[in-house]
Design a protein around this ligand. Sequence first.
Ligand code: FAD
Ligand code: SIN
Length: 543
Amino acid sequence: MPSEPFKFDFIVLGSGIAGLSYALNVARFGRVAIVTKKNRAESNTNYAQGGIAAVTSKEDSFEMHVRDTVEAGAGLCRDDVVRKIVEEGPARVNELIDLGMKFSERVGSSSESAPELDLGREGGHSKRRILHAKDVTGREIESALLQAIARQPNIQIFENHFAIDLITSKKIGLPGSNRCLGVYVLDKPAGVVKTFAAPVVLLATGGCGKVYLFTTNPDIATGDGVAMAYRAGAAVANMEFIQFHPTCLFHPKAKSFLISEAVRGEGGVLRTFAGAEFMEQYHPLASLAPRDVVARAIDTEMKKSGSPHVWLDITTKPARFIIERFPNIYETCQRYGIDMSKEPIPVVPAAHYQCGGIKTTLDGETGIEGLYAVGEVACTGLHGANRLASNSLLEALVCAHRAAKHGLATPHANLPQQLPHWESGTATDADEMVVVSHNWDEIRRLMWDYVGIVRTNKRLLRAQSRIKNLQAEIQEYYWGFTVTSDLLELRNIATVAELIIASALQRPESRGLHHNLDFPSADPAWAQRDTILSRHPKPLTHR
Ligand code: FAD
Ligand code: SIN
């Protein structure tokens, strides 16, 4: 390894579907560093269950997929973006298959002709169109991509390396428009901060479920990319639209285990704690209504009855079918003493997906030259106010491909010879670590209680004032002590919490996932209007 700064042609932050797909697309054209904060497979991608939405059946059409996406998005999707992503989806999915990804095949499909892929169904989809690998689609995708990466000599993966902050020309006082030059990275095992430099940097750091007390997301999802980009001056859009998945397993010992919407797609129904079906009262699609509707209905039913959870019941299906179609969910439930083929599963809603993010074009441009963002970290306009199930793996694949193409076709200015080294405090005080863990817990509970599925202005304002105080404390701590990943994540979740609250306060209506009792209906004047936050006086806007 050369001495610092470590120079590459492309730096990719994150090793989920967005980062790995992008790296594979650019590796033929230069040296690529993939920086990832835990082991290479640890990502939201790795836990995806339901699958990828893409039009592959004769009974389906681009028109129908576009219509379902736009309908779920509640008046906030960008139609041109939806259409392009939907139309480019099948080609990108075929590339994934060429790399070695094996989707489940339809039972009874002939082995002589090309086997037919099995198509799942999820909430808000009018057709079966979800390609899946049983109920472990994400694990299979991650593994196929990592195997392809291993065959590329131009790609180097830095595991347990935590991206702290972007290095921009503005930050280091260079004249001209703001461009990204690299990133400061904490090498966790060595405890040192390294400087990485490249003319093109991709943020593919995923979402922010860990901002909430209850989430389906793994520990990596702390909104680092959004926080870094915001600090660097990029525009962040629509952060009020946090998607709560209706069915997370409710069990004192289960941490963040999702029960896929595909279970409802195969006939599972939601029941109150007392055992009654209730979704027909809320939506004609009943248990398969779009997620915002289902999560709110569960929240209402739980509040009405004071019950700790509702039930998801798929006991009408034969055990053989359940075990074959949902082996991972079946086994996990068994481990917690629940036989889902014989009894209903206790479930609650939990924070699942960030529909907003760094505002980007379809090609992943962020408004800072040389800085791209793709995947859950980005807000392209596909999801609007509520993401249609299984559209996010699709978006990551399509946009990674487009961002790679765009970056390769764009001339980039030379990097400066030297970049300033990282400077931080030097103090370490183990006693003070209690402050970090206390603040972590406080933010996550505060967000759950005050900025959850149903909001009011009073609660949002209360949350805003608490976050302000916590941030002052974190800032003081941040500059005084050596950085650790816990402290860095705390700083990032505080920033993301601030952005979610500020966006929610900016939108005086209820739309999609943002439901405010003070403004209970959608305001037509706010359709097609994004909430944009930026430290920069002229943020990127393209609506
Ligand atoms: P991720 O896959 O989350 O990858 C982010 C990467 O960035 C990770 O490698 C992480 O370690 C790294 N990282 C983060 N911060 C830093 C940092 N500071 N420094 C270095 N590295 C960093 N979507 C669907 O379309 N279909 C599904 O069936 C589906 N099921 C889901 C099930 C679950 C349980 C969950 C949690 C999500 C599901 N989703 C699904 C959503 C989907 O999985 C994600 O939106 C998608 O995988 C995000 O991909 P990504 O590449 O953008 O980010
Ligand atoms: C699920 O399997 O229910 C998750 C699908 C998604 O979040 O898109």
